[in-house]
Design a protein around this ligand. Structure first.
Ligand SMILES: CC(C)(COP(=O)(O)OP(=O)(O)OC[C@H]1O[C@@H](n2cnc3c(N)ncnc32)[C@H](O)[C@@H]1OP(=O)(O)O)[C@@H](O)C(=O)NCCC(=O)NCCS
Length: 361
């Protein structure tokens, strides 16, 4: 096994009860390193989250085991390592990350961290490692995923690092931003057109916690995210969502001080929820908004419901977060129907991520 460079230590991060507890120092350091790494890569702070906001998302729950380590260089935090294990029946998956401050690159820390990750994954019976990485533009050759959509620079440090260690680029994801300070006329027109086309459906919406009348429908749609969204050769477990899982999900966001607006389309004749969109913002509502899941259930496609829930959500968002400057969203580069909607609304690409997979032998 490769040894760590001199002066480097890796230690497991304790998840404190509160972020400002005395035993929360490593968690706070881990949050700080996370934000610094993302800012170094993307050049902006829209991905930043406070330790208080991150903490609830790291608590143990029945659906996922999260393990996190802090990387220290002579006691100075320079990175973090993560292994997330879905607790679904017979899961073989591990979602992993190594994130180091730029000044710590190229010394063999990443390689040693990846070896540790592989060992931990094997110990937990997981063979398939998957990771998502933003790749800033760089000159030189390109790597193309088997989907045939998008590419990443082959000479980007992380792309080279992963490719040389047995990871395959499976999918390219586009990160797009919508300027919330621009005119809303286009969104209103698109909403009106979609409403006219969506005969037999109505829009319902709520901020978390999910009202009981919508729990079953929301749970079903959340479970379909892993089956109905384009995932290339990436692997996901089937997820079972019930009222308890929705409650755990909702508690995470509420405890983090985040506001989530869910905008859904309901089939009027049956009452079924069949499309939804999520917008999220931190306690500080002057920060960037993040669009999380959006889905139209397969058998309800073709009625402009995607456009409808996105536009209705954005229009309602004006009252909830009037000072938020933009919305960020991620889409698979081959997901043309979703990209068409986003582009029509005014979302423009700002970055590309690679989705990488390695199957351990
Ligand atoms: C990608 C990342 C984890 C790589 O970490 P790293 O510490 O730079 O990785 P290493 O130092 O082990 O290897 C990087 C290169 O440095 C070289 N190297 C390794 N040890 C070295 C040493 N002692 N001296 C000089 N160079 C060295 C290696 O040959 C390697 O080259 P290669 O990738 O072409 O094989 C790091 O850049 C990072 O955190 N990036 C941001 C987050 C990210 O993209 N993570 C992706 C993985 S989830």
């Amino acid at each position: 096994m490769t040894s760590l460079p001199a002066g480097i230590t890796i230690r497991p991060v304790t998840i404190p009860t509160r972020a400002d507890d005395p035993d929360g120092a490593d968690f706070r350091a881990m949050s700080g390193v996370r934000n610094a790494v993302y800012e170094e890569i993307s050049g902006h702070t829209d991905h930043s989250m406070s330790a208080e906001s991150l903490l609830p998302h790291y608590r143990d729950d029945p659906y996922e085991k999260r393990m996190t380590w802090l990387v220290l260089d002579d006691d100075e935090p320079v990175g973090r390592i993560g292994v997330d294990l879905p607790i679904e029946r017979e899961s073989t998956l591990a979602f992993v990350l190594v994130e180091l401050r730029r000044a710590a690159w190229g010394r063999g820390i990443g390689g040693a961290a990846l070896e540790m990750i592989e060992r931990v994954a094997r110990e937990h019976g997981r063979q398939t490692l998957q990771t998502w990485v933003e790749h800033p533009e760089a000159p030189g050759g390109r790597l193309h995923p088997p989907t045939g959509f998008g590419s990443v620079p082959a000479e980007d440090h992380a792309a080279r690092f992963l490719a040389r260690r047995g990871f395959a680029l499976e999918q390219v994801e586009r990160c797009s931003a919508l300027d919330l300070r621009a005119s809303w006329d286009r969104v209103r027109t698109l909403r009106d057109d979609a409403l006219e086309a969506a005969v037999g459906y109505r829009v319902v919406s709520w901020t978390l916690p999910t009202p009981s009348e919508f729990t079953a429908g929301y749970a079903w749609m959340k479970s379909r995210m892993v089956t109905d969204a384009p995932s290339a050769a990436l692997e996901y477990d089937d997820e079972v969502w019930d009222a308890a899982r929705v409650a755990t999900h909702d508690e995470r966001y509420l405890e983090a001080g985040q506001t989530m607006l869910v905008t859904a389309a309901q089939h009027i004749a049956t009452g079924e929820l069949c499309a939804f969109n999520e917008l999220v913002i931190a306690a500080d509502r002057s920060e960037a908004t993040h669009q999380e899941d959006t889905l139209v259930l397969s058998r309800h496609r073709g009625h402009r419901l995607g456009m409808l829930v996105k536009c209705e959500g954005l229009l309602a968002w004006r009252a909830i977060a009037p000072d938020s400057p933009r919305v960020l969203t991620y889409n698979a580069e081959e997901n043309r129907p979703m990209l068409d909607i986003n582009e029509a609304i005014g979302f423009a690409p700002i970055a590309y991520e690679g989705a990488w997979k390695k199957v351990l032998r």
